[in-house]
Structure formats: structure tokens, C-alpha cells
Design a protein around this ligand. Structure first.
Ligand SMILES: [Zn+2]
Length: 310
């Protein structure tokens, strides 16, 4: 690891405390009763794989939902100066199957690989009206597009998904590439041509466990009020962008576990060790999660956390 990366905060000063679980995380265990390890291994578990940035794959039995896939990750110069071309081979290699693809907002680092993944798998691209415009731009048929204004239960096989209207956080005092998309943008797009549109926090109810995905650095308390989740995928940038971001999210949603996301620079190759986003203070983020009463599960790129569903 280059020393200069440590100096400017791109690399951790000590190894990151990744959670590599030997056996599934179990709600019953968290509540104080013992879970037989053999039973835990034998139960049909829910798995959540982290794709970097705000991307996740949630799988249980035959159902697979993908959130905000962004595997292509062009380098910083290419990202700033060139059209962004999804890496179809890389997408196929790492996400061979998807039933539905949920998009939190239409910025490139949340949506770029969504349409190609849908083309490869036949999955629906589900998100805001802006997400629909991006899907149209990429050539997806109407049959694979589902737009929502939020607060709507959408059946995804035996699961239910619901987008809760949210806000895009300010990064260094301003919202990057603000606005909406009412017509299809150029495709492949340049970074600035993808405007965020309506931001949605996705609640994925698998029938046994609920997973909430907050992929932006802000949210609306009233939208989260009354919701509960077992697992919260939470954007680490938010801690710098919104007062009491971690504490409020956890006190509203009462998750047992929090999987941090959006803590890397997203301009390193997917299969390389990621660089830390300077200023995020990932270890401080983990401490705040613990102080708020949840267990952080810092997951390496392409790492998987497994949960028992009983
Ligand atoms: Zn964004």
C-alpha cells in the first residue's frame, strides 16, 4: 500500500475491521437465546452481498433482488471526461441472476449498470421516473420498466418492495448534478447527464427479514417513521452531510445490523482493494452505529453476510 494513500486518507492506517462471519447472523442470538450452530447452517439463509458503492445483492431461495449495481467503476479521469460505458462482461460475471433491480436515484454511481443487468437477466428496472428515462435511453423495453413515485407496495415474487421518498444529501455543501430527467438522457451517458431525480429509500420485505437501503446522504424522518427493518444498508457519507444521520436512522428504523456502504472512492477496479473516501471516517461511523444500539457489519467488496430467517 502506497504510503501517500495513508497520508491523505485514501488508505486505512490499520487493517479495516471487516466482518467475515463463520456462521449466519441470527436474530434469536441477538435477543439472547442460543442458536445451535448446526441449525443455523442448515436453515435456508438470506444472503446480502456487497458490490461496492451502494450496490447490494439480496438473495433467498430462488429470489434475487439487486440494488444500485455499479461494477463498471471507470477511473477518475475517464469518469470525468468520457462517456460511461457499462462493462457487460463484468456485470455478467458477478451478477449472473436477478429478478428485480431497484434504483435509489439516477446518478451514474447508482444506475449505470442497472439497464445492462436487466438486459442480461430479464429483470425489471424499478425506480423513479428518472430511472425509467435512463432505462428507455439504454433500450430497455417497457415490459422491463416500472416507475414509482414512492409509498407504493410493489410485489416482487413472494417479496414486497416499497420506495420511500427521500432526499439527496449535500456533498461539500451542494447537491451534485441536481434535478430530474423528463426525457431519456444520451446513452452511454456522461456523468453530468444523469440527474438524481426522485430519491427513494428501498424497503425490501422478504417475509422473514426486512432490509432497508438508504443510498443517499440524507433522508426524511417522517417517511421512515413507523417503519422497522432488521438490516439497514446505510450510506457512510451521510454522517458528514446531515446532523445526527446515524443516530436518527437507527432510532427510527431499529435495525439489528447495519451494513455500511458508499465509503469508497468508487474509481478503483471492482476486484482491487478499494480506496477510502477521504473525510468519511469509516471507523467513527462504525462507532456511532454501536453507540446507537446496532451492530455494524463492515463488509469487504464482493463479501457476503448471511442471516438466518427463523
Ligand atoms: Zn447521488
Amino acid at each position: 500500500m502506497a504510503a501517500w494513500k495513508k497520508l491523505i486518507g485514501l488508505a486505512p492506517r490499520q487493517p479495516l475491521p471487516y466482518v467475515i462471519s463463520e456462521q449466519p447472523h441470527a436474530l434469536a442470538e441477538a435477543e439472547g437465546s442460543l442458536v445451535n450452530a448446526a441449525d443455523a447452517h442448515n436453515s435456508d439463509a438470506l444472503s446480502i452481498r456487497y458490490l461496492g458503492t451502494a450496490g447490494f445483492v439480496i438473495s433467498h431461495r430462488d429470489r434475487t433482488i439487486v440494488l444500485d449495481p455499479y461494477l463498471t467503476r471507470p477511473g477518475i479521469i475517464a469518469s470525468l471526461t468520457q462517456r460511461l460505458i457499462p462493462n457487460a462482461e463484468l456485470i455478467k460475471k458477478h451478477i449472473p441472476h436477478a429478478d428485480d433491480v431497484l434504483i435509489g436515484h439516477a446518478h451514474h454511481d447508482h444506475i449505470l449498470d442497472g439497464p445492462d443487468l436487466c438486459k442480461q437477466t430479464g429483470a425489471r428496472l424499478i425506480g423513479s421516473q428518472a430511472t425509467r428515462q435512463v432505462g428507455l435511453a439504454a433500450g430497455l423495453p417497457e415490459s422491463q420498466l416500472l416507475a414509482t413515485d414512492g409509498n407504493e407496495d410493489i410485489a416482487s415474487g413472494p417479496w414486497t418492495v416499497r420506495g420511500l421518498p427521500s432526499l439527496h444529501g449535500k456533498i461539500m455543501g451542494r447537491i451534485p448534478f441536481p434535478g430530474d430527467l423528463s426525457t431519456p438522457p444520451p446513452w452511454p451517458p456522461r456523468m453530468h447527464e444523469l440527474r438524481h431525480g426522485l430519491v427513494l429509500n428501498w424497503l425490501v420485505d422478504t417475509g422473514s427479514l426486512k432490509v432497508m437501503h438508504i443510498d443517499s446522504a440524507d433522508f426524511i424522518n417522517e417517511q421512515l417513521q413507523g417503519q422497522r427493518c432488521d438490516i439497514l444498508c446505510l450510506c457512510a457519507i451521510g454522517r458528514q452531510a446531515r446532523p445526527n444521520y446515524v443516530r436518527d436512522a437507527i432510532s427510527l428504523l431499529r435495525p439489528r445490523w447495519v451494513i455500511p456502504c458508499h465509503w469508497d472512492t468508487m474509481v478503483t477496479p471492482l476486484e482491487a482493494e478499494p480506496d477510502l473516501l477521504p473525510g468519511v471516517d469509516l471507523l467513527g461511523f462504525l462507532d456511532e452505529i454501536r453507540e446507537a444500539g446496532a451492530t455494524p457489519l463492515l463488509t469487504p467488496m464482493l463479501g457476503t453476510q448471511v442471516f438466518t430467517t427463523t
